[in-house]
Write a protein that binds this ligand. Structure first.
Ligand SMILES: Cc1cc2nc3c(=O)[nH]c(=O)nc-3n(C[C@H](O)[C@H](O)[C@H](O)COP(=O)(O)O)c2cc1C
Length: 405
């Protein structure tokens, strides 16, 4: 056990060093040994030429950029905040919050990956599932895949992109890319953003009509109600509160409210909007039931990508019991560590209706704007389709837990 931990630590250190060198740019990557590693890293992020296309072109964008090109640009722009590792698993960025990592020891981030990795698949090929259906209807809209962008933001604070990319450009990449891939993208509410900045974010939601959803921090009731009205006016299909940001309550600056919410306060918020109200940051069966009781339309099972409370379990670990309790009575979204289409299929088998993807979409948006996000999402969809064929899963609307080994 301790040996594993030690070798994990060594791996993290060597990756930090490797990506420090690789990220300096194309020139530095010419150093022979490093160049080979970098190519292998990028190859791991590129679908093989033979991969079946998932709907709109899966492997390259109209500009001709491949996913490997996008990731290379993302690495150059994001370093040292993000090393754009071939496996985005929280090893190299452990404890880097603000930044891209998980809080404290980084365990909660890694738990997300480990919980997903704990499941395998029972491969089944004696059937006639040749063209599985990945479309779902969510918040009244048909979308191409059960994969949405997660809520991410903080181009300066988290991504170190001051002068390289504005929050608006980033949001344009995320929501625009989701629209290109036929799915929903989320607009974020930064903790220190005044209403005027939030209004600017919502312009992107408005621009993309039905493709945008929006999140609001657990602010004061009055502030949330005001922002929910703005979200509704922008034409968003749903509004989410990331209640797990409540850890900032004790640190909130004078004049700023970030707070946990009682069921009564949540019920008041649900009643104050016509939009489906999603509570993000639910990690227990009890709170899933409470979310249902207060009238929420959905929950997002999430530990905030391991960024708020160290040592929270992986979401794939807590999801099945939550789904057993509330599935069919509310929308169940989940995020945390989803990197491949196979991860998506696992989450659906464990009871989710759809997944949110954070860091991979972020890398796509920084490296290639909307085209980059589309490439990331379509690659995942192609992998999902393959895995559905090989487990005999005809539709993402009905995924049997028995496909998991
Ligand atoms: C840089 C960054 C910023 C984030 N900002 C927010 C935020 O403002 N609100 C929120 O609800 N979640 C935020 N999250 C958490 C994500 O919505 C999501 O829960 C998490 O990233 C999912 O895990 P994944 O990145 O492993 O896919 C952020 C995550 C990252 C990496």
């Amino acid at each position: 056990m301790s040996q594993g931990r030690e070798s994990g630590a060594k791996d993290a250190v060597s990756r930090r060093d490797f990506f420090k060198r690789a990220a300096v740019g194309a020139g530095a990557v010419a150093v022979a040994g490093i160049a080979m590693k970098a190519q292998a890293a990028e190859a791991a992020l590129t679908p093989p030429a033979s991969a079946p296309a998932a709907g709109p072109a899966a492997a390259s964008a109209p500009s001709g950029k491949t996913l490997a090109d996008v990731m290379k640009i993302a690495r150059e722009k994001l370093y040292p905040k993000c090393r754009v590792c071939p496996e985005c698993d929280g090893q190299a960025c452990s404890s880097e919050v603000p930044g891209m990592g998980g809080i404290g020891t980084g365990k909660a981030f890694r738990n997300n990956l480990d919980a997903l990795a704990a499941y395998g698949f029972n491969m089944r090929t004696f059937h006639d599932v040749k063209k599985p259906d990945t479309a779902i209807t969510l918040f009244g809209e048909k979308i191409s895949m059960p994969i949405l962008s997660a809520i991410t933001g903080g181009v300066t604070y988290n991504m170190g992109l001051k002068g390289k990319m504005s929050e608006e450009e980033y949001m344009e990449g995320v929501i625009g890319g989701c629209q290109l891939a036929g799915t929903f993208g989320f607009a974020a509410d930064g903790i220190e953003d005044p209403v005027s900045v939030y209004a600017t974010r919502l312009q992107t939601v408005k621009k993309y009509g039905g493709w945008g959803l929006a999140q609001i921090k657990p602010r004061s009731q009055a502030e949330i109600i005001e922002r929910m009205r703005m979200v509704q006016e922008a034409g968003a299909k749903a509004v989410a509160i990331d209640i797990d940001s409540a850890g900032r309550a004790a640190r909130a600056k004078p004049g700023e409210t970030i707070e946990p919410k009682t069921p009564a306060k949540l019920r008041e918020l649900v009643r104050a909007t016509k939009l489906p109200f999603i509570i993000k940051g639910v990690m227990t069966v009890q709170e899933a039931q409470m979310a249902l009781d207060v009238g929420a339309a959905g929950i997002c099972v999430s530990n905030h990508g391991g960024r708020v409370l160290d040592h929270t379990p992986g979401t794939a670990k807590v999801l099945p019991a939550i789904a057993d309790k509330v599935k069919g009575r509310m929308v169940i979204l989940v995020d945390g560590g989803v990197r491949y289409g196979t991860d998506v299929l696992k989450m659906l088998a464990l009871g989710a209706n759809a997944v949110l993807v954070g860091r991979p979409v972020l890398r796509g948006a920084v490296g290639g704007g909307a085209e980059g996000v589309k490439l990331v999402l379509n690659k995942m969809r192609a992998e999902l389709v393959d895995a559905m064929v090989l487990t005999g899963t005809a539709s993402v609307k009905k995924v049997s837990r028995s496909i998991l080994a």
